[in-house]
Design a protein around this ligand. Sequence first.
Ligand SMILES: [Zn+2]
Length: 274
Amino acid sequence: MPWHFTIDVDWVPGSEVGLEGLLDFCDQRKLKATIFVAGRFAETYPDLIRECWRRGHELGTHGWEHGSLEQDEDFRTASYDQQRAWISLATEAVEKASGVRPIVFRAPSLWIGETTLRALEDEGYRYDSSVPARRFDCGFGRVHYLKYFRAPSEPYRLSSSHLRLPGHSSLIELAPSAFLFPINMATLRVLGLPVMRWMVRRISQRASRLVFYCHPHEFVHAHRQSFPRNMSKWNMRGMTPENIPLLDGFVQHMMRQGYSPTLFAGSFSTSCAG
Ligand SMILES: [Zn+2]
């Protein structure tokens, strides 16, 4: 079964060390990742972004300055022109760094809307991985809206009328996997490997692929990085290089379950619903 190992590179000065560590980890485990990069990060560390590409990973974008802002970029409410500007700036920064134009997008904090789809189509994007299907963060996390809770877990062409519905957009959605809580590094850190194994089992009963994500800043001590003042304290406390062995336990579990790492581009353009 395919699974997508994805990395959200927020604009967090100091987190570049975490990305370097993740690249080495991917080499060791022969993982090819889809790496979503905030534009300012690509602009500041172009050599590192080029290195991601050189090692065989796929590059996408993840907002412009997301990660450094107290008032974060919100693709649910921003105007078309504003969203187009953020996406365009990030796309140019990643393309300038790597030589390749990204066509895969993940919205900061999975805050997305129908206007975002129009902006992505107009920028030539082909894949999105932002719709928080089956996800609602009780208490902690960033997803506290239910508009897309019933979106499909399988890949589907988006509808311009409602992102929850299959339609005829040029963009294919691959929602990050969730069983109320997301299949991500924060859940692994907080709830542990046994709970994650149980969640993967439940999700695999109705989904033929899985999308996991983690952040480079989760693998670096918080005091070595620059965060906005409103960054949550529970999150900062759990940031450490020792999360690499924890991640390794999860990755090895996925491999044993027969999941094979897959990139977004080209892997299911003809077979998906809608
Ligand atoms: Zn992010």
